[in-house]
Write a protein that binds this ligand. Structure first.
Ligand code: PLP
Length: 326
């Protein structure tokens, strides 16, 4: 037993709460931003990250703001060039880079992100002449070999992308890219280029998360639920400096007691209903109309992670993100 080893040699056991190293996730992967920071507060932050507090003195400093924005734009241009070179896809580097990279899992709710993309697509199609803040949504991550639903989520992302990315009515206002073979070396490239970090797990399901920290350290804004380390990030930065949406842990528990009924949300929210109906009718899989039947069936009848319950608030929160980016 684990306990026996502990009693034998207690000095060998000590807890380390999850975290990230600022050497890899700032200095190495984003030397431009590290330099802009060092020019203002010196290099002590490299070994003592609390020193970043001293940047508070520069929140209204025009030259600092300009330098941070310039580095972000350079990182976006560099990642766009990488995507074109490696995968032959073209993205608009002036668009909002909206990024969700992490293992594919139902609790992390890549499906909620997909429903947002479909909703944006339907809005553009309905009012093609309305001004629209351009977005490039990127979703990346691996699925465990035996995890069927995770594999289907990847298939869904690429299928939505096939429709949206080729639609001439959409142009470069909306793109959905699946980042294949997501790993640390790709994380080091994509995270410095992010405008928006997606941390949207069902409250109460993510133990900590570390991707959230990497994005924040690289100057991306976070859209997220009050889950895992997002909670501490909101405490440190102030909730007004994150896009927090959706159910909190007590809300999830209350919904469990009442009994979560996905159909209530489906019936009440017309844009959600439209998106789900498109999935069931094969709009995104014309050669195999029932391809996403399992996903729709799960979402409507046995979704342990309550995607529909956070849909409305997530869409509204994303509207605030677009308004601020503009
Ligand atoms: C940091 C990291 C993760 C963890 O991401 P979460 O968003 O915390 O789940 C997973 N994979 C890679 C390659 C990472 O670099």
């Amino acid at each position: 037993r684990f306990k026996d080893f502990y009693e034998l040699e207690p000095h060998k056991f000590q807890n380390k709460t999850n975290g990230i190293t600022p050497r890899r996730w700032l200095l190495l992967c984003n030397p431009g931003l590290a330099e802009v920071i060092a020019q203002r507060i010196g290099e002590e932050f490299v070994a003592d990250l609390d020193q970043l507090q001293r940047l508070r003195g520069f929140v209204d400093d025009e030259s600092f703001i300009r330098d941070v924005a310039k580095v972000k734009q350079e990182n976006k241009a560099k990642f766009a060039a990488f995507l074109e070179r490696e995968y032959g896809v073209q993205v608009n580097p002036a668009s909002l880079f909206d990024i969700q990279v992490k293992r594919i899992h139902e609790y992390k709710r890549q499906l909620l992100n997909c429903l947002h993309v479909i909703t944006l697509y339907n809005r553009i199609k309905k009012e093609p002449n309305k001004p629209f803040v351009p977005r490039t949504v990127m979703i990346g991550g691996k699925a465990a070999p035996g995890y069927h639903m995770a594999k289907m989520i990847i298939k869904l992302v690429t299928s939505i992308g096939d429709v949206v990315n080729r639609d001439p009515a959409v142009g470069d206002r909306l793109k959905l890219i699946f980042l294949e073979n997501y790993r640390v070396s790709l994380a080091e490239k994509v995270i410095p280029a992010a405008d928006l970090s997606e941390q949207i797990s069902t409250a109460g399901t993510e133990a900590s998360g570390t991707g959230n920290m990497k994005f924040m350290l690289n100057g991306a804004l976070t859209i997220g639920t009050m889950d895992g380390a997002n909670v501490e990030m909101a405490e440190e930065a102030g909730e007004e400096n994150l896009f927090i949406f959706g159910m909190r842990v007590p809300d999830v528990e209350a919904l469990d007691r009442r009994g979560y009924c996905a159909r209530e949300f489906y019936e009440r929210l017309p844009e959600l209903r439209e998106a789900v109906d498109q999935l069931s009718s094969g709009f995104f899989s014309p050669h195999q109309p029932d391809l996403f039947r399992d996903i729709v069936n799960m979402l409507l009848n046995h979704d342990r992670f309550k995607v529909f319950a956070d849909y409305e608030d997530y869409i509204k929160c994303q509207e605030k993100v677009s308004a601020l980016y503009k």
